[in-house]
Design a protein around this ligand. Structure first.
Ligand code: MN
Length: 254
């Protein structure tokens, strides 16, 4: 088995190292990740500039490749032949949950989407760490859960076009209630426009505000996390709203 490990937090992120170490139990691992943090960069295809790739070492000496491309580029380049053929792409471990509407913003999830576009299994792994956590996060639960889920994916396969979006509560593995198959819930974004002035009196802007929360409804990703379960949401890239197609067809278009 050849497992491609990537992330959106950059090649030196501790979550990437934890994921690479756990995936090594399942087969040969190639680490190929961005050379800087691309969190919330969404699904990117870099076409307007060349990309560079250089060999690096992770903190434990694991060899890897870093690129100045986006997370999805770091999947596209290997799958286009920069490395030998890949059986599964595993992205993470992101330090914060990627649930609900987050998935199209998330570099972690869109890297797994890029795998599916190329016909390769894709799994995204995120840790629901506490808001405002300071210090070194413990990735051990998420790394172990990721290993169990990817092992199952390699045994049984995934349907064509489907990726798994995994979110893991920030608790010890022995405290987990189990694994739940979930749907995307509702994110509650609390963004506010933060306008400031630069030293020359010209305005500039931040998207500010409180960190997002979610609606902890049963059956959803956020509901599972809130109740102490690992959330496994199967995602597809077909975003068509089938339920409104028939109605729209009856509209008189001017
Ligand atoms: Mn990230």
């Amino acid at each position: 088995m050849h497992i491609l490990v990537t992330n959106d937090d950059g090649i030196q992120a501790p979550g990437l190292l934890a994921l690479a170490q756990s995936m090594r139990q399942l087969g040969e691992v190639t680490v190929f990740a961005p050379d800087r943090n691309w969190s919330a960069s969404g699904h990117v295809k870099t076409l307007d500039r060349p990309m560079r790739v250089h060999e690096v070492q992770l903190a434990d000496g694991t060899p890897g490749f870093a690129s100045d491309g986006a997370p999805s580029d770091c999947v596209a380049l290997p799958l286009l032949g920069l490395t030998k053929p890949v059986d599964v792409v595993v992205s993470g471990i992101n330090p914060n949950a990627n649930i609900s509407h987050d998935v199209t913003y998330s570099g972690t999830v869109t890297a797994a989407m890029e795998a599916v576009i190329s016909g390769v299994f894709g799994v995204a792994v995120s840790l629901n760490s506490p808001e405002g956590f300071k210090g070194a996060l413990d990735y051990s639960t998420a790394a172990s859960v990721a290993m169990r889920i990817v092992r199952k994916v390699l045994q049984d396969g995934l349907p064509k076009g489907i990726l798994l979006n995994i979110n893991v509560p920030y608790i010890q593995e022995s405290e987990l209630k189990g694994l739940l198959i979930t749907r995307q819930g509702l994110r509650v974004y609390r963004d506010v426009l933060d306008e400031r002035l630069d030293p020359r009196g010209r305005p500039y802007y931040w998207i500010g505000g409180e960190v997002p929360t979610g609606v902890p409804e049963d059956g959803t990703d956020f509901g599972a996390l809130t109740a102490g379960y690992v959330s496994i949401t199967p995602l597809q890239l077909d975003l068509t709203a089938y339920q409104v197609m028939d109605d729209l067809k009856t509209w008189k278009w001017e």
